[in-house]
Design a protein. Structure first.
Lengths: 594, 85
């Protein structure tokens, strides 16, 4: 069988499994639809949470990002795992005890205010849509690269699959599908990593292997530092971002993670408060499997890449280079006409090889058989363009691994994108059917009509998400900072204060959320959209980039909430009793219909 | 549960939280970011120690922290008789 056949077979089998699970786990009540009946065992919930959390970006792009950023890439590793400690210790058990369905439920009830609930709904929908558009795009990209169908066709196939199991099964269907998807994606991620680790470091455990030495006896990371220095890049193990910014970005990603509605809702699906605590632990173990492997892949891939291309003649490059050139993820422009590939960084006069963010091929070939580009060359010595995604996608080929491993990576990428998309779509549908319709517009709606509403809302959300996937707004990458910044500056403080401060009242919470949100949004819009030319450290507030500004927004939210609440009346007695009851597990009951 | 007991339970819980979050902060922000250069002077196998904490060690400690908290709280729940059946 060739790669193509393998890919169709493996992807086909995984899709059949997802659909079979959906049929088996059909949701019969709103409780099953929103929180899987509240009866998911913690280990499975941990797996589902991990699949929900690890998106197409984690699977496809993260190792590549780290590969290019070196130490600076640690912000993603720590930022996207450390939030689970906050979840397990500060949020999950108390929200589980609260026992409703959604984050806006908590905000609305705890702050006895429909205005607060509405702000929370808007944030939840905005954050989730931002995210889901990127997932749909990821589905399309994987389809087009591995199955050689058009990106748009790929997105439509992905939409149909998600449609089927999300509309039918709700949270119950999604949760059990995600368990299967986790197994697929982690297997697909680890297999090539283990192969590479054996090849390069002679150690089957990648986490240890990348601290080992290659055949020449020099530790891999030391070798990489030397190569980086010679080629004019910042040293791999020390990076180039200012320390305050690394700090702020890591912090914003951590509290953002803990404030994302599609993550929080996972802890409503377990039977007991103590299950909520431990299922955050299981989730982090499963996430850590991928997140501790990613930096190893980053190191192996970076070494492999530099080894293969730097100062080599184009004609002698291995086949995979030319294959991935066709996808536009690699490009070479022979600026000095010597037929060799110069790959250089800023420190010795390198930089971006040419103008424009993507290579534009002319369909003609140059003196050495390379596809020519119509981009205007930049005046520097670097001749190579590399997309970060290639580090994971082309890994099996670079390592010369068997065809079925390549097919596995395709199935893994799809599992990662589909599982995250489904989780997000459910948050959107719940926000509309439950928080908006049931809690605000029409409280007398019957369970049956609410369930129908929820299903229609998922369907509409899928269509909208698919539309954004096919016609991506040019700013998908930019809005990721938004999702985390807004979650950090709004949900995180408001929930923490709701649990840990009995004195916190609705005036304080609403004022804090609004000020935190407006500050963070204004900062990001200013630097990302209005004045992108000024997006440099010397203009940043205290040296914090838009990616890290959620940290400052969060601090402002805390401060404003505190001050305002001290000058306004304390919350009513029944709310203070509610807070008391959140603080110990007994009598949590199940997630209740209300 | 009576009020005094609840307050005592909550106080012990807060004590655990503070202790564990201090560790959480020290391994990631301390070892991985603020003191990364100093720690990088130390080698752990083929890793510089600060770099190792930033890309590996902190994540392992995060996992351990959650399970320690789970164990502590399960014990505390039993002691104060607030464990769910």
């Amino acid at each position: 069988m060739d790669v193509q056949m393998w890919t169709y077979t493996i992807v086909g089998i995984t899709f059949l499994i997802y659909i079979a699970i959906a049929v088996w786990a059909k949701a019969g009540s709103t409780k099953e639809f929103y929180v899987a009946g509240g009866g998911v065992p913690p280990v499975l919930n941990g797996m589902a949470t991990a699949a929900d959390w690890m998106s197409a970006a984690s699977f496809i792009s993260m190792a590549g990002l780290i590969s290019f950023m070196g130490y600076d890439g640690s912000v993603y590793l720590m930022g996207w795992t450390g939030g689970y400690v906050l979840l397990a210790l500060l949020l999950a058990p108390y929200l589980r005890k609260f026992g409703k369905f959604t984050v806006p439920d908590f905000v609305g009830d705890r702050y006895y205010s429909n205005a607060a609930r509405t702000v929370a709904i808007i944030c939840a929908i905005f954050v989730s849509f931002t995210y889901v558009a990127g997932q749909m795009r990821g589905v399309g990209v994987v389809f087009s690269r591995f199955l050689e169908v058009d990106i748009n066709t790929g997105i439509i196939i992905g939409m149909c699959i998600v449609f089927f199991y999300a509309v039918l099964g709700g949270m119950k269907g999604i949760t059990y599908t995600q368990v299967a998807q986790f197994c697929v994606l982690i297997f697909a991620y680890l297999v090539p990593a283990i192969f590479l680790s054996i090849q390069i470091a002679n150690n089957p455990i990648p986490q240890i292997g990348f601290g080992g030495a290659g055949a020449d006896g020099i530790p891999l990371l030391e070798k990489l530092d030397m190569l980086h220095k010679d080629l004019g890049f910042a040293a791999y193990t020390s990076g180039s971002k200012p320390m305050i910014d690394v700090f702020a970005i890591t912090f914003a990603l951590m509290v953002g993670t803990a404030g994302l509605p599609h993550v929080i809702v996972r802890f409503f699906t377990v039977p007991k408060v103590r299950d909520a605590r431990i299922s955050a632990g299981w989730a982090l173990i499963f996430i850590a499997l991928l997140y501790t492997t990613a930096p190893a892949i980053a190191t192996f891939a970076r070494l492999n890449l530099i080894d293969t291309v730097s100062n080599k003649s184009y004609e002698e490059l291995p086949n995979w280079f030319k294959k991935w050139e066709n996808t536009g993820l690699l490009a070479w422009m022979d600026k000095n006409g010597d037929g060799l590939i110069q790959y250089t960084g800023k420190n010795i006069g390198g930089g971006d090889a040419f103008e424009g963010s993507k290579p534009a091929f002319t369909k003609e070939t140059g003196a050495h058989g390379e596809p020519l580009l119509s981009n205007k060359p930049n005046d520097n010595s670097n001749e190579l363009y590399i997309d970060k995604d290639i580090m994971v996608l082309a890994n099996p080929e670079i390592g010369g691994l068997p065809d079925w491993v390549i097919a596995l990576v395709a199935a893994g990428g799809l599992a990662a994108a589909l599982s995250t998309a489904a989780g997000l779509l459910l948050v959107i549908s719940t926000s509309i059917a439950h928080d908006l319709v049931k809690k605000q517009l029409n409280p007398n709606i019957s369970e049956k009509s609410e369930l129908l509403f929820a299903r229609v809302a998922v369907a509409v959300a899928i269509v909208i998400a698919g539309y954004f996937g096919i016609n991506p707004p040019g700013f998908v990458a930019e809005v990721v900072a938004f999702a985390f910044g807004l979650a950090a500056a709004s949900f995180f403080p408001v929930i923490i204060l709701g649990i840990f401060s009995k004195r916190m009242n609705k005036e304080g919470a609403i004022a804090g959320m609004l000020v935190g949100l407006i500050f963070t949004a204004a900062y990001i819009v200013n630097f990302k959209f209005l004045n992108p030319g000024m997006n440099k450290p010397e203009f940043w507030f205290m040296g914090v980039s838009p990616e890290g500004i959620g940290t400052i927004g969060m601090l402002i939210n805390f401060a404003v909430s505190y001050v305002v609440s001290r000058f306004t009346p304390a919350p009513p007695q029944e709310i203070q009793d509610l807070v008391d009851s959140l603080r110990y597990p007994k009598g949590a009951g199940e997630a209740v219909e209300h | 549960m009576e009020k005094g007991k609840l307050q005592e339970y909550w106080k012990i819980n807060l004590g655990y939280l503070i202790g564990l979050l201090v560790v959480w902060f020290v391994v990631s922000y301390g070892f991985g970011i603020l003191f990364v250069n100093q720690l990088n002077a130390i080698q752990l196998g083929g890793f510089k120690l600060g770099f190792w904490f930033a890309q590996q060690g902190s994540i392992y400690v995060f996992v351990i922290l959650i399970f320690v908290y789970v164990a502590l709280m399960n014990k505390l729940d039993k002691k104060f008789d607030v464990r769910e059946d």
